[in-house]
Design a binder for this molecule. Structure first.
Ligand SMILES: [Zn+2]
Length: 303
């Protein structure tokens, strides 16, 4: 199973309606295979192998998934459970059973993972076709929009959120600093690792010091004392979304691949990819790379 090559192109659009006619483990309804194949350790612990999606995904009185295990989850299966919940946390069952819920996975490439326990949320991009409320910023790709929306709604599979869903993790502390519980606010704003990246971004944009205390202030309100055109406003908001997106990506690289956190490299990546994305969406607006990395604030007045 080492370096198992997973072809994520085989992820597909599927619909289960309210899930009452689909077998949770034995039918292929989410992910790139049946869940009994993806999570064999967990499947062995399942008390009802023929349980339906609907029944397993129904939350119990405490708001937890309705698991029925034959015994406590052993330590070696905890990563499987974490990965399974990561996948499930993005699926939505339509209890009305009138509309079907569709999701598709938007992935560019297959990638190498050491078993599926390392499937990472940011590579699992689910798009709901149903009437989800969302937020818009036309200068970033859809996946960044979706990430920002999930961050604002606190719908990231972060340790505290998983714990709230009844997943017994060995720790709910921040895997980066170990200084605090791992919440969405902590990871994206208060963690010293995140702040380091924000400070670099704010310095790059000459926007003063990083002074945000809530996700809403940071990713929604866009209050600032610097005058900006309306395009400039979208660009600055986009930079903050991209910053948060990369902080999350680096967190996952650390947690799932044990990659060292590197602030300067992260800033370079943010500069390069944001330039690609934004210049591409503002075709004809005359942007150039050297200005982008040395004095991007001029773009705040772009009209
Ligand atoms: Zn931390």
């Amino acid at each position: 199973m080492e370096n198992l090559q997973v072809d994520f192109k085989s992820f597909f659009v599927n619909s289960v309606g309210n899930g009452s006619k689909t077998l949770f483990w034995k039918e292929h309804w989410i992910g790139n295979d049946k869940l009994c194949n993806l999570f064999p350790r967990l499947f062995k612990l399942e008390l009802d192998p023929d349980v339906s999606v609907r029944e397993r995904m129904t939350l119990n009185a405490e708001g937890l998934f309705n698991w029925k295990w034959s015994r406590a989850i052993p330590r070696r299966a905890v990563r499987e459970l974490e990965a399974l919940v990561n996948i499930l946390s993005s699926a939505k069952i339509d209890n009305g059973s009138v509309d079907k819920v569709l999701w598709s996975l938007d992935l560019n490439h297959g990638f190498s993972v050491k078993g599926l326990s390392k499937v990472i949320d940011d590579q699992l991009l689910f798009e709901f076709s149903s009437h989800q409320e969302t937020i818009r910023n036309t200068v970033v790709p859809k996946k960044v929009e979706l990430f920002a929306w999930r961050a604002i709604k606190k719908k990231l599979p972060i340790r505290v959120e998983l714990d709230n869903r009844g997943i017994d993790l060995h720790s709910t502390r921040c895997p980066l600093c170990d200084d605090s519980l791992e919440s969405v606010d902590h990871t994206l704003i208060f963690c010293s690792h995140a702040r380091e990246i924000w400070e670099r971004i704010f310095k790059w944009w000459n926007m003063g010091s990083f002074n945000y205390y809530t996700i809403n202030e940071l990713l929604v309100e866009n209050n600032h004392s610097v005058p900006m055109s309306s395009i400039g406003n979208s660009i600055w908001l986009a930079i903050k979304w991209i910053g948060a997106y990369f902080i999350w990506k680096n967190r996952n690289n650390k947690v799932f691949r044990n990659k060292a956190w590197n602030g300067p490299v992260a800033l370079n990546e943010i500069q390069a990819i944001s330039y690609d994305w934004i210049a591409n969406r503002l075709k004809g607006k005359n942007m150039d790379w050297l200005t982008w990395i040395s004095n991007p604030a001029v773009y705040l007045n772009l009209v």
